[in-house]
Structures are given as structure tokens and as C-alpha cells.
Write a protein that binds this ligand. Structure first.
Ligand SMILES: [Fe+2]
Ligand SMILES: [Fe+2]
Length: 157
């Protein structure tokens, strides 16, 4: 995944769009999402969202920790990592359920529960990304090329 090169966290924009589509798909109870759309949402999760969490934990957060010793930043990053665990715990089974729906394997009351869980985790992930933006966008701006250098160090590992 590309390192952020300007004070904008583009992957968060993409994830927000994905979440908007997920919210629409949560209305699949009303037949508004096709199985192809649901499969595409599940694919985006595997291709982008999970790797994004891993990128932050393995590359971005360590680079920020090396650049900035502020205890409140380190606390915020630790909290973001804890939130990743919670989000993954909720998203992994949800995505599996979406795949099952796309295959026509689930119906009726199961859909009500899946829809409720989807809306909950969408809200959690939106809040998580917004809080990361609040903490990290000023740092991307402040550290600029130093940040790129620190991120590049990860490539050598
Ligand atoms: Fe995150
Ligand atoms: Fe993020």
C-alpha cells in the first residue's frame, strides 16, 4: 500500500466510500444489494481494509513513534491498535456472512441480525478513521519528508 505523501489520508476516503456502500448493502433486507455488489464489498475488505490495518500497525505507527516521543501520541496509537482488534473481531464474521448472503445461503431473520451488526461496525469504523485523521493528518504535515524517510526504513527490514 502507498505511503501517505500529502496531508490527506486517501485510503480513509476510499474506506469511507466502501462504508457508505456497506450501509446501502445493510439494506439488502429490502433487496437493494445484488449478490455481485455484496461480493465486491467483501473483496474490498480483504484487499484494502485488512491490509490497511496491518500497514498502520507494522509501518505507519512505528514510523510515527520513532519521529515523535509525545506520550499522548503513543497512547493514541496504542488505542488505535486496540480498536483494530475489536473492528476485526466484528468485521471478519460479518464479511463471511455477507459472502454467504451473496451465495444465497442465508435469509429471513438471519438478515435482520447481520444488518444490525453491519450498521454497528460501520459506525465504529467511521469513528475510528475520523479519530486517526484528527491525530495523524497534522503529523503528516509536520513531518513531511522525515515521515517518508521513516516509512522507507520499514522497507529495509
Ligand atoms: Fe486504523
Ligand atoms: Fe486507518
Amino acid at each position: 500500500m502507498e505511503a501517505p505523501s500529502k496531508p490527506r489520508y486517501e485510503i480513509h476516503d476510499q474506506i469511507s466510500e466502501w462504508l457508505a456502500q456497506m450501509r446501502k448493502a445493510a439494506a439488502f433486507l429490502y433487496g437493494e444489494a445484488t449478490s455481485a455488489e455484496i461480493a465486491a464489498l467483501a473483496n474490498f475488505y480483504q484487499r484494502e481494509v485488512r491490509p490497511h490495518f496491518a500497514y498502520e500497525e507494522q509501518r505507519l505507527f512505528p514510523a510515527l513513534r520513532r519521529l515523535d516521543p509525545a506520550p499522548e501520541l503513543h497512547q493514541a496509537l496504542a488505542e488505535f491498535e486496540r480498536e483494530h482488534v475489536v473492528l476485526i473481531e466484528k468485521l471478519d464474521p460479518l464479511i463471511e456472512d455477507l459472502r454467504a448472503i451473496a451465495k444465497g445461503l442465508l435469509s429471513g431473520p438471519q438478515l435482520v441480525d447481520i444488518s444490525r451488526r453491519a450498521r454497528l461496525v460501520i459506525d465504529l469504523l467511521l469513528l475510528h478513521a475520523a479519530q486517526e485523521d484528527d491525530v495523524m493528518l497534522p503529523l503528516f504535515e509536520r513531518y513531511g519528508t522525515d515521515m517518508q524517510r521513516e516509512l522507507a526504513k520499514g522497507d529495509a527490514i
